[in-house]
Design a protein around this ligand. Structure first.
Ligand code: GAF
Length: 440
């Protein structure tokens, strides 16, 4: 059967050395500095960002690290290490001029670098170009935001070097995140929401980040896991993403259609109408059903819109539930379903994660057999709860486990995946890590 594969994060100094060495091997002279931006795992709140709802990601120790030098001639030159087939399999180089960057250009991974400079310029910042060398331990294609990590490390480096703003201030980081989202939406043409960029730039160590996607406001939510003998295990299914872009776009379109049938711009407004009660949710869903029928939507489409909206309403409630449980655990004021005390409150998060997975599988329909198998196997092996995380249709799941059981859970999950004829998953320890920062 073999042992589980663990994806480890590089020590910051080793990653910085690797980026500096890559820079020296490709661009004459020295970098001005080295920056790091993390990948993320979303604890709960899936497909809520573009609906204006709350999300709760944390930054991973797995990061993208860039050695960067400012330029003043509009040229962008970047080399990326041989981290994966997505990046060309071997060190891959892109160079171009900012005047050639815009919606749809360049294509491929360079969009996440050049696109950020373009978006900053569009936002009115004086951006002159860069030389950069990038290395990363964020697994690619795992739904752990490798592209956001790349955008965010570039944005922070450029902002620091050109002194575009107070890069330690959360308000300025929100502006940088907005530029990264614009690069992703317009230059890379991926219609994603803003969770991943906010996570990479605005997370802090030992906390999850509750982002209110409607206002951009954030709350740092304590994640007191290690001291209470609990841990988060990320399980990368390594399943091929099936039509993920098209399916993501169709979920987004369905949400927009449902909101508009209800007379709203964002489905978060329907969540407010539901008022946090089961009766309120049923009333909203009934109103949606009637509006969709009146608009002559096909019967299947009517029920699809109802299911999608139900996920948004129930998932929003689950985010607030998890935030309350974690906050109570940190304050030691916890009376949970499973008992009294911080551990009880943390353990009560488990079933909420599992309910979230069921909602994504059955109502939002973004899971896949590989994700269902790893979540079920983790729970059968003693995990307190598990759910798919990120966009879906492949990628990763996250499980809340008792500290010290990670290896046993990973072995059981690996065995279950192989028995189902799926690829061997890879595993990461998700320690809540700092957001993007300058390394040297
Ligand atoms: C992807 C997107 F990039 C995010 O914006 C978010 O919508 C997520 O899928 C689903 O929660 O990571």
């Amino acid at each position: 059967q073999g042992a589980p594969i663990w994806l480890t994060a590089a020590a910051p100094s080793a990653a910085a050395d690797a980026a500096v060495a890559l820079f020296a091997g490709h661009w004459e002279g020295q970098a001005d500095g080295v920056w790091s931006a993390p990948g993320r795992v979303n604890l709960i709140g899936e497909h809520l960002d573009y609906n204006g709802g709350p999300v709760l990601p944390l930054a991973l120790p797995h990061s993208t690290v860039a050695a960067v030098r400012a330029r003043h001639d509009g040229v962008v030159r970047v080399v990326s290490a041989a981290s994966s087939a997505d990046l060309g399999g071997e060190a891959s180089v892109w160079q171009g001029h900012l005047s050639d960057v815009g919606p749809g250009a360049p294509e491929g991974w360079a969009a996440y670098v050049a696109g950020v400079l373009w978006a900053l310029a569009q936002a009115g910042y004086a951006v002159g170009g860069v030389d950069a060398a990038v290395v990363s331990t964020v697994p690619l294609g795992a739904g752990l935001s490798s592209s956001a990590a790349l955008e965010c490390v570039v944005a922070l480096a450029v902002a620091d070097l050109a002194v575009l703003g107070e890069t330690s201030a959360d308000a300025f980081r929100a502006e940088l995140a907005a530029a990264c989202v614009r690069a992703e939406n317009e230059v890379a043409r991926a219609s994603t929401g803003g969770m991943d960029q906010a996570a990479s730039l605005r997370c802090t160590a030992e906390h999850a980040l509750m982002l209110d996607s409607a206002t951009g406001a954030v709350t740092q939510v304590p994640l007191p896991l290690a001291e209470h003998g609990r841990a988060l295990l990320v399980m990368d299914t390594r399943a091929p993403h099936r039509h993920a872009d098209g399916e993501y776009g169709s979920r987004r379109a369905a949400s927009e259609r449902a909101a508009s049938l209800l007379g709203y711009r964002l489905l978060a407004e329907a969540v407010t109408e539901a008022g946090g009660t089961a009766g309120g949710a049923s009333a909203v869903l009934e109103r949606l059903r009637s509006a969709a029928v009146a608009a002559r939507e096909a019967p299947d489409r009517v029920e699809e819109l109802v299911r999608r909206t139900r996920h948004v309403i129930t998932e929003t409630a689950r985010v607030h539930q998890v935030v309350s449980l974690l906050t109570a655990a940190a304050q030691g004021s916890c009376v949970g379903v499973s008992g009294v005390g911080a551990v009880a409150c943390i353990d009560d998060v488990g079933p909420v994660l599992s309910a979230s997975h069921a909602s994504m599988r059955d109502d939002y329909e973004i899971s896949c057999p590989e994700l269902d198998v790893v979540c079920a196997a983790a729970e059968a092996a003693g995990a307190l709860g598990a759910r798919m995380t990120g966009g879906g249709f492949g990628g990763s799941a996250v499980a809340l486990v008792r500290a010290g059981t990670e290896e046993a859970v990973a072995s059981a999950v690996r065995a279950a995946a192989l028995a189902a004829g799926h690829p061997a998953p890879a595993f990461l320890r998700a320690l809540a890590s700092p957001g993007a920062h300058r390394v040297r």
